[in-house]
Design a protein around this ligand. Structure first.
Ligand code: SAH
Length: 202
């Protein structure tokens, strides 16, 4: 975790969660040897597990609080999900590809994590049934910010996501101000797989 600290991650709770969750169990056997290199890796179905630095960075930007209920879009194999589960009360995780959602469920069970609900559907609609959320984190990049995600944020809720802007991908944080309206911050260039769905790419 000294590398994450060196790369600028400051939130001690996030650093501790990153230390507590082993990354190798989320990977197919052929990639396990590389589990602790700070880079993305394939997890099957043409998808990737995010780079640990970006997982830590997005988690930090989400400003997780122990009582929060959080929505995660693009759970993949469940690595980011597991980190979030260490930091908040409950994680509602959506993954478009059923085989990956099943993997994620198995991995979290292996780790004894139970404050999570994982379903397979188009997460660009959010998850109205469990809204509003104190935090929403998306690990796939779309052409715009899906409207339902903004609508499903609680007052002072944070949405952390990549968005495609003029052929560039930018990491954004959108905060729903208590007085109403949204505050948007840009945290630089990133690389993500496409968000596929109604409010994403077709
Ligand atoms: N969070 C993962 C990264 C997974 S990659 C990690 O910890 O490493 C992003 C995932 O988003 C892919 O698995 C992809 O299938 C999924 N995805 C893409 N569009 C989606 C959508 N509309 N709803 C839910 N998941 C989606």
């Amino acid at each position: 975790m000294s590398t994450l600290r060196g790369k600028g991650i400051r939130d001690e709770r996030v650093l501790r969660a990153m230390e507590a969750i082993p990354r190798d169990i989320f990977l197919p056997p052929e990639s396990r040897a590389e589990a602790y290199r700070d880079g993305p890796l394939p997890i099957g179905e043409g998808q990737t597990i995010s780079q640990p630095y970006i997982v830590a960075r997005m988690t930090e930007l989400l400003e997780p609080v122990a009582t929060d209920r959080v929505l995660e879009i693009g759970a993949g194999c469940g690595y980011q999900t597991a980190i979030l589960c260490k930091l908040v009360a409950h994680v509602y995780a959506v993954e478009r590809i059923p085989a990956l959602a099943r993997q994620a469920r198995r991995h979290l069970r292996e780790l004894g994590i139970s404050n999570v609900t994982i379903r397979s559907f188009d997460g660009t609609y959010g998850w109205l049934r469990h809204a509003p959320f104190a935090g929403i984190l998306a690990a796939a990049v779309g052409p715009e910010i899906p409207g339902p995600w903004l609508e499903q944020l609680s007052p002072n809720g944070r949405l952390v996501l990549p968005v495609e802007i003029e052929d560039d991908q930018r990491l954004l944080r959108i905060r729903r101000a208590r007085e109403g309206g949204f505050v948007r911050e840009d945290f630089g260039a990133v690389r993500f797989v496409p968000l596929i769905g109604w409010h994403g790419f077709s």
